[in-house]
Design a protein around this ligand. Structure first.
Ligand SMILES: [Zn+2]
Length: 224
């Protein structure tokens, strides 16, 4: 399980840790009986259990370096959940329907909660799409570059967009706007966990001292 990461500020530093220490690791001042100037902020965990996120696009988390290098055709595995959290994903053996194995994922919900009609047809769409010849290994075989799990998920997303009379997304558009920002956040979160596990703290100069504008760090502004 992931521990949750928090951040507090002292000595003009951002200090990331799993729990607020008794004293500042930078200046040594004791916190006991005192209150920090600003309450510690918890950093949202970018991973969730894909089987509990219906109608979503999933990226299975793997090694950190694989996440960092993701370019839409790497080894990363992607899938789509139905309304019951079964993960449809395309492999060399064809489309798999999995009840487990996607417990730690980056999840991108694809349906707004008020889109009842889309939601009610979702499972049918997904099943029909997955039964199409193009995903039948006897008909067209898996190709690492051009016919892989990512093309399966993106093609499905574009079919759904078409039913909503919306424009299709190119692979680059989808990767740049939906996948990479989340992978970046997940990768940073894993780096924080690793650093804190090893050194108890991860300390950086606080960027907020110089500008009072909104913090640019992505973990502050978004959460799933
Ligand atoms: Zn300090």
């Amino acid at each position: 399980m992931d521990k949750s990461v928090i951040r507090f500020n002292h000595c003009d530093k951002d200090i990331f840790c799993f729990f607020v220490p008794d004293q500042c690791p930078e200046c040594g001042v004791s916190f006991s009986g005192k209150r920090l100037e600003e309450a510690p902020v918890s950093i949202p965990n970018p991973f969730s259990n894909g089987h509990k996120v219906p109608c979503a696009f999933l990226v299975a988390s793997t090694e950190d370096n694989v996440l960092r290098d993701f370019d839409g055709r790497s080894d990363l595995h992607t899938g789509i959940t139905n309304t019951n959290g079964i993960v449809y994903n395309y492999t060399k053996a064809g489309v798999q329907r999995e009840h487990q194995g996607w417990e730690r994922c980056i999840c991108v919900p694809l349906v707004q909660p008020d889109m009842f009609s889309l939601m009610s047809q979702w499972d049918q769409y997904l099943e029909k799409f997955s039964s199409a010849q193009m995903w039948d290994p006897l008909w067209q075989s898996f190709n690492e570059e051009t016919h892989n799990c990512y093309s399966y998920t993106l093609t499905f997303i574009n079919c759904v967009l078409a039913t909503q009379s919306k424009r299709a997304l190119s692979k680059d558009e989808f990767t740049q706007s939906f996948v990479l920002p989340r992978i970046k956040r997940a990768s940073k979160y894993m780096m924080l966990c690793r650093e804190i596990s090893q050194n108890h703290f991860y300390i950086v100069d606080s960027p907020r001292r110089n500008s009072q504008e909104s913090p640019s760090e992505d973990e502050d502004s978004k959460s799933n």
